[in-house]
Design a protein around this ligand. Sequence first.
Ligand SMILES: C[S@@+](CC[C@H](N)C(=O)[O-])C[C@H]1O[C@@H](n2cnc3c(N)ncnc32)[C@H](O)[C@@H]1O
Length: 428
Amino acid sequence: MNVCGFPGCTSTAALRCSRCQATYYCTKEHQRSHWKTHKKNCVVATIVVAPATPLTKVASSPSRGRYLVSARPIARATTILSEPPLIPPVLQSHNQDLRCPYCFLPTPSGSPHLSCLAKIKLNAELRQDFEGEATANAQLLPHRAPPTIVLAARCLRRLFTPANSSNNNVADSRFLSLTDNLELMESGLKSRLQQIARLVIRYYNMSRGGESATTEPGLADAVGVLARINQNGFTVADSELQPLGIGIYLQAATNVNHSCKPTMVSSFGLKEGEPPRLIMRTIQSVGVGVELSNAYIDTGQAKADRRSELQSSYCFSCECVACVSGLYEASAAQYEEVKASGISVQKYLDEGNFEAAARVLRGVLPSYEKALFANSPNLGIQLYKLCKLLEYHGQDLGLAAECRRRAEEILTVCYGEEDILVREIRRR
Ligand SMILES: C[S@@+](CC[C@H](N)C(=O)[O-])C[C@H]1O[C@@H](n2cnc3c(N)ncnc32)[C@H](O)[C@@H]1O
């Protein structure tokens, strides 16, 4: 209990001097009257700030390897990770005439922005990538090398070209430290990687220009690189989940495990003059010690299908909370309905039949809600699509407004207020 600091007053005091935080008063009158005397001794309180506890820590288990957990309670919509790529991502072929190959933002001709060109010119590795790939691509015309092959050749150049190996040993060893799961891989996937590895070596030779390697990469080296890309690569996508390209992001690949009911979602920050940045944000609030996970696959599938995809593509038996506890279940039928409706909505959109597209999307929305996890960006995107279709026809504007509101809420959690799509929705 605190006693009033006014001379002679013995009342209980709840008001505190905001400056020194040490003297208490029973009323404002006593505080005001005492100020002339008190100010001679009143010293501004020093606030001792405890060193901030990091948000996350890395845990590990024999069967799941390293994984990220929260070190203190974390609010929904918190950015947990934001990192540049370890190896510059490669644009997908169908985007090559529309987007800058360095920052992935749209450009009128698909050629790099001036600021991106300046970055490329200043960096010997990037210069080799872009000049070598231009030479190789010219030889391949009218075909285009798939992005995985181009990315694998970029990795091989960093591992085998002497100009690079002297200054980039750290990046090399970090890439090689990524899990390849070759021992666990099913023979079908392994032999596909071996076939692609031959093409990687050819593309590497076509794109390495005048550089000679200290040792020539062999098939096993190319398979190792492809296996690491296969197990750790991220599809770089825009906010509407349209794939733009493929890249390697070290922190995420090293520490973030998969969950069928993830606590985070990933997105990509596109900025002129920089390669795409990977961002992971929480989509729910989490207590201490909760795993911070991301979905590697489409989690709308039924449990058996999810587990079979994770086993055949990523070589592990999923131990996530949803698989272990059976908390979250989508039925195969719901997922099939969602997939089929996605195809017919796109068909109607291509035909310009927006009314039919809106009807199908509206009908399938309840299945989307059941199949997708809470705050899934895909749900936000579908809601926004329906809002635009309804508004276009001036139909059911009440539902359109509700879809817009929910889309804004979900996508703001996933991407933050600065995201292009979120800003577009807010302007509507
Ligand atoms: C990209 S790495 C993630 C980091 C990895 N835990 C490590 O220590 O390097 C993917 C590997 O993590 C493990 N993993 C990821 N999610 C898992 C899950 N839900 N259940 C079991 N293992 C998982 C698998 O071994 C998988 O091949």
